[in-house]
Design a protein around this ligand. Structure first.
Ligand SMILES: [Zn+2]
Length: 201
């Protein structure tokens, strides 16, 4: 497509259009908006983006986001190790933490099983989860995945693997909207869902 805009504007527009929910038109508008901002503001945004990879790590225990080898929750000795809450990503941890209704630790799967999209057990941190359970400390797994078919299949796969163990497996109650994202649920809904969680088996 022919454009008379300067190359720097077009380049920024192209990069911004790669973000989710941002189409090419919006991307160009954002590029022009940034151009009109005072230089320090744009420079700060640019530095912040550059620092993202340098200053964020993956927690070696739960695979959530961290600044050190372990995330704040895993490094907190007051959190109960007997409960592990299984979530898809770090934003779900953030959402559940906002409820202040949970004192255990987490395990971030990194997605859910989806053969259609090529996501198998090896793409997730399932093996690492099962390794964590070897210590014998864990008494309950709380499955806090969105209510989708893929999540159900993932929950079943986890339950299947733990057949014959004493570990209780529960999942969040259906206080959450069907097809809804945990990260967007309000604290009240999430608190009710946590309290009303039911047995998977
Ligand atoms: Zn952690």
């Amino acid at each position: 497509m022919r454009s008379v805009l300067p190359r720097a504007v077009r380049d920024l527009g192209l990069e911004l259009s790669r973000l989710p929910g941002i189409g090419p038109k919006t991307a160009q508008r954002l590029a022009l908006y940034l151009l009109r901002q005072p230089y320090p503001i744009v420079a700060k945004l640019s530095d912040t983006i550059k620092n993202l990879h340098a200053n964020v790590r993956i927690c070696r225990t739960c695979f959530s986001l961290a600044e050190q080898e372990e995330c704040l929750i895993c490094a907190d000795s007051s959190r109960s190790r007997s409960q592990i809450c299984i979530v898809e990503d770090a934003l779900d941890v953030e959402a559940i933490e906002r409820t202040e209704a949970y004192q255990g630790v987490y395990h971030v799967l990194g997605g859910v099983l989806s053969p259609m999209e090529g996501v198998g057990p090896d793409q997730l941190t399932l093996q690492e989860l099962f390794n964590r359970l070897q210590t014998g400390v864990v008494q309950e797994l709380i499955i806090a995945l969105d209510h989708t078919m893929e999540s159900e299949a993932t929950a079943r796969a986890i339950a299947e693997q733990l057949r014959g163990t004493d570990i209780k497996i529960t999942r969040l109650a259906r206080g959450l909207p069907t097809g809804g994202d945990i990260e967007f649920a309000d604290a009240l809904t999430l608190t009710a869902a946590l309290k009303g969680r039911g047995n998977v088996r």
